[in-house]
Design a protein around this ligand. Sequence first.
Ligand code: ADP
Length: 233
Amino acid sequence: MKFIEIKNCYKVYQNGVTAIADLTLSISKGDFVFVIGHSGSGKSTLIKMLYREEKPTKGEVIVGGINISKLKNRNVYKLRRKLGIVFQDFKLLPKLTVYENVAFALEAMGLKSNEIRPKVLKALERVGLKEKVRSFPNQLSGGEQQRVCIARAIVNEPKLLICDEPTGNLDPETSKEIMKVIESINKEMGTTIIMATHDREIVNRMKKRVITIENGVLVSDDAKGRYVAHENV
Ligand code: ADP
């Protein structure tokens, strides 16, 4: 069975905008997939449906055997625990240290501090930030802050890492480093990666599967794709 299956999915917002139209797609465990397209094409909506920030209006979204379309609100946390999410804006808690930011979700899950510690240190080591455990977010560069977010997203070793424009606020050199981190998570942990991006250079360099969306419609799906969307993306 596929790890992610989207079947004839539609998302129509309350204002009548159809953000996703008849989208069918499947993704295997361990895949690395870019989602590209113009601004407003539906990338974020697609990604939000994977972590149940939005519900499909019609059709099915299945992640790791969970049918998200049918998931009750009170059970959404079960899905969220199985995946990690990285956004463009870092969303770190400014008054907590790097360590505390990464430990936060595990504390909320009720893990004990002696269980939390090795997980947090391992995640920070993976992103190359072990020496910054006591720093606060405002003492870090943008690239370092994004690494903390990645550590926070993978601390519970999710099967799926969802990234929505993770390099959107970073310069090209820092973006490259962030992509190395994400690629190593895919290779070493076997984590499935879905990443929405505008970054043509990254997509062309990595030669991963590329899904292109235009006006909510899937227009191409290339196994070793290139960034082929129009100039004004
Ligand atoms: P992208 O991530 O590719 O920029 P989005 O998924 O954000 O695209 O948006 C797709 C379309 O849905 C756009 O026309 C956008 O204006 C619309 N849209 C997004 N979110 C909402 C919302 N919460 N309510 C109404 N329309 C929305």
